[in-house]
Design a protein. Structure first.
Length: 76
């Protein structure tokens, strides 16, 4: 069974669209949307394991320019 997580993202002012475009190109990202509220972007990601999700978030999502902070919520 695949692991799933919700990645809540704070983007730099004016960078939400660029962040969404960059995240959407990553393998394992099932959806990504600009939202209102305390976070600017929410991505739903899936991987074979929690380790795969951790690798996706830390090596592919965190380095994207315009991201200031993330919170990853694992689905259980």
């Amino acid at each position: 069974m695949a692991a799933k997580a919700f990645v809540l993202i704070e983007a730099d002012v004016g960078k939400s669209k660029e962040v969404v475009d960059a995240i959407g190109r990553q393998k394992g990202v099932k959806s990504v949307d600009i939202v209102t509220g305390p976070y600017d972007v929410i991505a739903i990601v899936e991987g074979e394991s929690l380790t795969n999700i951790g690798d996706l978030v830390t090596t592919k999502i965190h380095p994207i320019p315009g991201i200031s902070r993330t919170v990853t919520c694992l689905a259980i």
